[in-house]
Design a protein around this ligand. Structure first.
Ligand code: ZN
Length: 109
């Protein structure tokens, strides 16, 4: 058992922290720092406009994400239709990968 305030560890039969006068909990809540997030690529997207559209969908679903553009093709970005748009890689946290793939099924390959 742990005290949620002072984080002291107690024997299982103890129910209250004598110092803080609060009920003990079985596990301390884990706070994962941002650096601990493992980013996984969902796939490669063709063109920034398309990537922005996907990003908008993920935002609505509350899924953190980031987009990494191909530097070379971004520099020589040609607007318009066709396959000339830059290649963009989409990343989501590892724990949201399955959800993101579900949502984006059929949208990206
Ligand atoms: Zn305490």
């Amino acid at each position: 058992m742990y005290c949620p305030l002072c984080q002291a560890e107690y024997k299982p039969e103890i129910k209250h922290c004598a110092d803080c006068n609060v009920t003990l909990v079985e596990t301390l809540p884990l706070e994962l720092p941002l650096e601990e997030i493992k980013w996984i690529s969902v796939g490669t997207l063709q063109g920034k406009i398309y990537a922005d559209m996907i990003a908008e969908i993920l935002k609505k679903e509350g899924i953190a994400h980031y987009i990494k553009s191909d530097v070379l093709t971004a520099t020589f970005n040609i607007s318009g239709l066709g396959s000339t748009g830059g290649r963009v890689k989409l990343f989501v946290p590892e724990n949201k990968l399955a959800l993101a793939r579900d949502i984006l099924a059929g949208l990206i390959n």
